[in-house]
Design a binder for this molecule. Structure first.
Ligand code: DAH
Length: 343
């Protein structure tokens, strides 16, 4: 090789390094010139054939090729590296992201959370109990006689005797058994709410579902009275529905309370004038309640001469329906994203 040829190779090599458009071209240039079978080893090989006077110049050129090219290839690689991964993976980082819509809380969960906040502000804590209950907790301890219609297998889901783990058990028909579980573990005073799922063999329609939610409440202490129940539930209603809601208490019967009441909220949808949701009555039944029956206290080892208490069990879906103007309970269970996204 002549000096001229060597100079030409050096110039081409450096130009190729600067022009390399991607990592593969950088690597190709490295192999072409610096690789074991590349042009640089060939130049070195040919140095011995040069006239001695030309050798220093040829040595200088081949050094420039070796070190200069290596440095430029490295610089090129760095520069490409900043932008290269995205392009190499077929990504365009400047595209807007793909929107995966945020979920929202289910109206049943919203009502439970709001109710829990309101009762927490009155000093209540939140308790919990199992969905699969025994007859003892769901009925016996709550003073429900053996021939009470609620125990009928037409109203209650009983497990078959085939599975030992659930034999003789049932799906709780109410959250009231949590009262018993809490009082068995805790001495008075007690102030709890217990939100949860309940199950009944109801035929589904616009206002009934075989699966629904209740919020149980229990307040036991010395001198708790029906006036406390009315005051606390009225406060709850106003916080939940707004200051203009009206509340009415009607005498009723429950085996676990004496006296017992049911209480209604004025219909939020029509303002009490009468509409489809309240079946033209202007009122919506929200909850059963009453003063804890002394027999229930005895079942958990409390002394009914020492303490009194009130209890209630309210329907969560009912509250959600009037709070949000939902005309059919089934909408709460269809899980239609277009419906749920509104809350
Ligand atoms: N458990 C009753 C039901 O499901 C509601 C109820 C009524 C709960 C009175 C109570 C109560 O705690 O005191 O119909």
């Amino acid at each position: 090789m002549t000096i001229e040829e060597i100079r030409k190779i050096r110039d081409e090599a450096l130009a190729e390094a600067d022009a390399a458009a991607d990592a593969a071209s950088v690597e190709a240039a490295r192999i072409k010139y610096l690789g074991r079978k590349g042009l640089l080893p060939k130049i070195m090989e040919s140095l011995k054939d040069l006239a001695p006077a030309d050798r220093p110049e040829a040595g200088k050129l081949s050094n420039e090729l070796k070190n200069g090219l290596a440095a430029r290839l490295e610089a090129r690689k760095q520069a490409l590296g900043q932008a290269a991964p995205a392009r190499a993976a077929g990504l365009d980082w400047s595209l807007p992201g793909r929107w995966r819509g945020l979920g929202s809380r289910h109206p049943v969960s919203l009502v439970i959370a709001r109710a829990a906040d309101i009762f927490r502000s009155l000093g209540f804590t939140v308790a919990d109990g199992p969905d699969i209950e025994t007859e003892y907790y769901n009925f016996d301890a709550l003073n429900t006689p053996g021939d009470h219609p609620a125990r009928d297998s037409q109203d209650t889901f009983y497990f078959s005797s085939g599975q030992p783990a659930t034999a003789g058990k049932l799906l709780r028909t109410q959250t009231s058994p949590v009262q018993i579980r809490v009082m068995e573990k805790q001495k008075p005073p007690v102030r709890i709410i217990a939100p949860g799922r309940c199950y009944r063999r109801d035929t589904t329609d616009a206002t009934h579902s075989a699966n629904f939610h209740q919020i149980e409440g229990l307040y036991v202490d010395r001198n708790v009275s029906l006036a406390d129940l009315k005051g606390d539930l009225t406060h709850f209603a106003r916080q939940m529905m707004g200051a203009d809601v009206r509340i009415r208490f009607r005498p009723h019967f429950f085996p676990f309370t004496e006296p017992s009441v049911e209480y209604d909220f004025s219909c939020h949808v029509c303002g009490g004038k009468g509409c489809r949701v309240c079946k033209d009555s202007g009122w919506i039944e929200i909850s059963g309640a009453g003063m804890v029956n002394p027999k229930v206290f005895r079942a958990v080892g409390y002394d009914p001469d020492e303490v009194t208490g009130y209890a209630f069990g309210m329907g969560v879906e009912r509250i959600a329906m009037i709070l949000y103007g939902i005309p059919d309970i089934r909408m709460l269970y269809d899980n239609d994203a277009r419906f749920l996204a509104q809350f």
